[in-house]
Design a protein around this ligand. Structure first.
Ligand SMILES: Cc1ncc(COP(=O)(O)O)c(C=O)c1O
Length: 470
């Protein structure tokens, strides 16, 4: 019988795994991972199993995390369980089920309403959308609250972070109102560079903290919940009641210890590399946040997800370099989005070359020889009069210029001009500023200047003229 044809998603997954090099955290097979864990047990001198999350590597992991984050820690099998436990303890202690958190927080977006259904929590939105939390957000919620949760960084907003001072002020606001501050620090390890403070000082702002062992630290799974002695004792009780005290958590704990040893020291370099990549991207790729706060950020570009992903599959197979994950439709019509998380493997790669692959992927028509062509000492102004700027971004060079256009009156004209200019060879961004009844302008981003006669005839075919003063 014929094999059913694989979906694009499945082919992309296989192509990503088959790549020799990757920007993203390493993919290793289960056998390789277990070989590594066996080796780590010998290197770290781990000879004892944990039993129901006591002794052995779990006890050692709790001690190491407590040391790094400055307070007692309890191991948890998952972040979902850990945070429900934290919030229910705060709610029980306060005799109040009302808690505040960002509308984009993991608890509200990915947990199937568990915090409300299982813990009977009443949830207020601390922030809405891509906002970092401040005391002003808390002040805008009147009445008693048991807890205020901040997600550091807020993943669905592109991993954005407040400043340390904003966080300290929010913590002070919580204290004044008797509200427990809880940090969802799944990626607290990745946030340290942004704050520029020791981890314990960041964690010390909150009453309780959850952190993950399988994101930046690359462990198999698992989490920790931190707070004062009484809180941690209550957390252990709830972990047991909820079936989270597994008979063995040795593999997870050893993998987390390996992450603390091998990955934690390099996370800052991954953040720096993520910033270099974001800076090298062409203007047609929008980065959120524009300067990444952590090693994770979002990229947006014009296009259709199936078309971009089909090109991505071909590029992954051609270069054997996992430079982009699959893209999906964004909430902005006609635009696609993907998340970048920079892993240690990226440190061996040139951010500008990776940016070049991404530019080619989302460019409307970037042929191979154009992609590799360098424009040394050339300004678009040599060829086209009203050049606004030439953007030199390492080996990836883009030119940006403005075309002033007469005859545009409405949004359909904007569409025609955008399509006409966007279809030109090498053009990968067109932004039109409509000025009905007067001269409009189009800001064009291309990998090399476009000759005026080409622009003129392209616009003429679409029914427009280049303004005389251009
Ligand atoms: C910000 C954040 N909080 C909580 C969680 C839940 O963690 P877990 O998968 O360990 O349950 C995640 C998981 O992705 C997360 O990203």
């Amino acid at each position: 019988m014929d094999e059913p044809e694989k979906s694009l998603k499945e082919r992309l997954r296989e192509a990503m795994i088959a790549c020799r090099e990757s920007v993203f955290p390493a993919y290793a097979s289960p056998a390789e991972v277990f070989d590594g864990l066996a080796e780590a047990c010998r290197e770290l001198g781990i000879e004892e199993w944990d039993v129901y999350a006591e002794r052995g590597p779990v006890a050692r992991l709790e001690a190491e995390v407590a040391d790094l984050l400055g307070r007692p820690a309890a191991y948890f099998p998952s972040g979902v369980m850990a945070q429900q436990v934290a919030l229910r303890i705060h709610a029980d202690n306060a005799g109040n089920r009302r808690v505040a958190m960002p509308d984009l927080s993991h608890l509200l977006v990915y947990e199937d309403d568990g915090p409300r259904i299982l813990q009977d929590l009443r949830i207020e939105h601390l922030t809405t959308g891509r906002e970092t939390p401040t005391k002003a957000h808390l002040d805008a919620i009147p009445g008693p609250l048991a807890a205020c949760l901040v997600e550091l960084p807020l993943r669905d907003a592109g991993c954005i972070l407040p400043t340390f001072d904003e966080l300290a002020e929010l913590a002070q606001g919580c204290r004044e109102r008797g509200i427990a501050l809880h940090i969802d620090g799944a990626r607290i390890w990745e946030s340290q560079q942004w704050f520029g403070k020791p981890l314990a000082e960041i964690a010390g702002l909150a009453d309780t903290v959850y952190t993950s062992f399988y994101k930046g630290l690359g462990g198999l799974a698992g989490a920790a919940l931190l707070g004062d002695d009484d809180f941690v004792a209550q957390a252990r009780l709830w972990r047991h009641r909820m079936g989270g005290t597994h008979f063995r958590s040795t593999a997870e704990a050893v993998s987390a210890l390996v992450g603390l040893r091998d990955r934690l020291p390099h996370i800052g370099e991954c953040v720096t590399w993520a910033r270099a990549l974001a800076a090298a991207l062409p203007p047609s790729v929008t980065v959120q946040p524009p300067v990444p706060h952590t090693n994770t950020f979002l990229m947006y570009a014009a296009g259709d997800s199936d078309a971009v992903n089909t090109r991505l599959l071909a590029a992954l197979e051609e270069h054997s370099l996992a430079f982009s994950r699959p893209w999906k439709a964004s909430d902005e019509p006609g635009r696609v989005v993907t998340e970048v998380t920079v892993g240690q493997g990226a440190l061996e790669l040139d951010a500008e070359i990776v940016a070049g692959h991404i530019a080619a992927l989302v460019g409307s028509r970037l042929s191979r020889e154009r992609r590799s062509k360098r424009l040394h000492g050339h300004t678009a102004g040599d060829i086209f009069g009203r050049t606004s700027e030439v953007l030199l971004k390492g080996s990836l060079m883009s030119v940006q210029f403005e075309v002033r256009i007469d005859g545009m009156t409405c949004s359909r004209c904007v569409e025609s001009v955008t399509n006409a200019l966007g279809d030109l060879d090498g053009v990968h961004g067109v932004e039109v500023d409509l000025n009905p009844g007067a001269t409009s302008s189009a800001r064009v981003t291309a990998d090399e200047p476009v000759e005026p006669r080409v622009l003129r005839s392209t616009l003429a075919k679409a029914g427009f003229t280049i303004a005389r003063d251009t």
